[in-house]
Structures are given as C-alpha cells and as structure tokens.
Design a protein around this ligand. Sequence first.
Ligand code: TTP
Ligand code: MG
Length: 390
Amino acid sequence: MRTIMHVDMDAFFAAVEVLDNPEYAGKPLIIGGYKDSPRGVVSTASYEARKFGVRSAMPLRQAALLCPQGIFIPGRMHRYQEVSHQVHSIFPEFSPVVEPLSIDEAFLDMTGCEHFYSSLEEMGTCLKQRIREETGLTASVGIAPNKFLAKLASDWRKPDGLFVLRPHEVEGFLRDLPVSKLWGVGKKSEEVLHKHGLYYVRDILPHSLTWLQERLGAAMGAQVFNLARGLDDRPVEPWTDVQSVSNEITFPEDQDSFDFLRQQLAKMSEKVGWRLRRQGLYARTVSIKVRFGDFRTITRSHTLEHSFNDDDTIFQEALHLLQQVKLKPVRLLGVGVSNLSEGAQLSLFDAGSGGSASKLTEVMDAINRKYSHGTITRGRTLPQSDTPEH
Ligand code: TTP
Ligand code: MG
C-alpha cells in the first residue's frame, strides 16, 4: 500500500500578487489581462472573485461582466516562476520521490515515511507549514493510497485544505462524485457514460469491465472500471531514468532562442556521447526533454535501426527532435540515450559511418581523457556570435 501526497497551491498567481501587494488581500482579483482587453482569458482568480463565477480560461470580457468590481491585472510570469521554484525546492525535504506536475503542484511518494509523523494529518500539516514559512502562501494537500485519489483529496478542502483519504473511506468518497472526476474522462467519454444513464461513480460499479470497454474502448474502459473502484497503480515518477545516459540543464532564465538551444544541445550531446563511450556502451534511442516556463514537460524520442555511440548521431537526432517541438520559452533542456548495449549492432546499410565513433571523435576523446572533459569541443557548441570568422 502506497502513501501518496498531492500538493497544489491555492489560487496560485493571484496569491502571489496578494503577497506582493497586500492591498489586494480580500479583494476579487483576476489575473490574465486588463478588463477591456478584447481577446485575453483569465489565468486564475482569487477565491473572492470565484464567488462571482469567474474561472480560469474564461474570456476576460465575460469575467468583467460577472465581476465588474474585480481588480484585473495582466500578471508577472517571471515572479510566479520564481515562487514556483521556491515551492518545488521544498518537496525533496519530504521525499526523494517527487513528480512535479505543473507550476504549482506535485506528487510526493511518502511510502515508508509515515513513521516520521504522528499521523498522516501531521504529515500534511508539516508540508503546508513549510510552504507557508518559506513563501508566505497557502497550499492544499491531499494524502491517499494512490495518485488519482491524492489529487482528488487535495482539491476536496481547497483553499488551505488538508484531506486524508484512508483505504476504507475510498468507496464512500467516490460514490457520489460525478463521472467527470475520474481521471481521463473528458467531454467525449462523459457523453457516452451519460447516454447510458451513468452520471455518478456509483452508477458505473454494476457494469462489467467488458461492458465498459465495449462502449469506451479497451484502454478507457479499463481505466474507468479501475478508477471507479479507487484503483490506480501509476507510480510517482521523478525525472530520472536508470537505463539511460543523459544530461540536462536548467537555465537561470527561460530561453526562446533556437540558436541558443541548439548550441546547448550540441554541448550536452558531446557529454552524453563521452559518457557512453567511456562505459563502452552503445545506444539505439535518442531522447530530448523540454520543460517549458510553466513547468509542462515533454519528452520526445527516436529509435534507430542501428546502435551508435558518436556525438554526431546523438546531436543530429536530438536536433531533429527539437525542431519538431513547438517552442515556447524553455526552462530546462535535456538529451539522453537509451536502449543501451555493450556492443555495436551495425547498420545494415552503412556499417562504416553512422554506427560507431568517428576518427574525429576518437581524437577528441583521447584529448579529453588526458585533460578533463570539455577541453576540446566542436564549433557548434560555441555561441554563434562568438565563433571566429575564417
Ligand atoms: P491551478 O492550480 O489549476 O489553479 P489555482 O492555483 O489558481 O487555483 P486552485 O488550485 O486554488 O484551484 O493552476 C495554477 C496556476 O496556473 C494558476 O494560478 C494560473 C495558471 N493557470 C492558467 O494560467 N490558466 C489556466 O487555465 C489554469 C487552469 C491555470
Ligand atoms: Mg493551484
């Protein structure tokens, strides 16, 4: 049995504004743009503004109609990110297994840490207090036997909430929730369930797995079947990958220049290639990881027919993957290789060039081995503007 804690900051952007501008406290505050801006949408609203029906993603104009006395401000993303980093840097104090989910929320796997606290309630209170102490902000915390339930629990007593859901309470808790509360049930699946008269989780329980799968598809049907029973075995996944060699960098400021990112990719590809070769390994898959300013993180990967261990292949593949990503300001960039083996499996078509380290790579490695890694590097890792013109 796991103990999972989910934490989510309350009215995050609005709370940061109140923190920095105490005169906003207790007022209906709406972040996203000025009242008369024709296009913008609401990022978030203080709980006072929510009483008027204002919600995230609502057009500002509509918010202005619902809450004409609201204070409308565009928001300061940089500041929210700064506070977000403060918050996220607290989590490792509580658990080594942390999965950051978004700018203001994370899962912590607390399994095995229970005995550090007198109760699960105290565990949650401790985290809330640390966040408050460090940032001056309130968070809501949910503690439950799995991720799905922990997320529902953190939402249950918002704002400044704490809710512990114990295994024997799960069934009673879920029964009366609308089906849309089941993770993954969006508009489409909701419609299908409604069509069959299933509005609440309790309505799903009498139906068999096959019955649900026939109506929702194999994967969604199984998911709904399990979640309705409070079953979810997804692990909390920290950003590490054991069967791989990787390198990543978090930028002090979000970056949106493709040239800069390409140059970072080249540097990291060299490091990854060097570590691969030093361990006598070959890889078949190249991956990149991109975390955007809002903490959304994506990974992309590509597996080749043959194994390789040269910087060039790693860089070219990683660059190709990066070119396919719709770029917004980037907070973190990473390159990794996986599908590792100890010997090269040469390409059927081109045994000579693509597969193993080239002559140039061998010479570079020899120099780097003698001195320290990074002594010699390729021109593409240098900033474009600093590259000497020959
Ligand atoms: P949420 O955690 O969804 O919302 P919240 O923290 O404002 O309020 P609460 O958790 O108490 O319900 O999102 C975190 C931040 O992300 C939010 O403060 C602003 C931003 N955000 C948007 O910019 N647009 C959106 O549509 C949503 C949902 C959030
Ligand atoms: Mg939040």
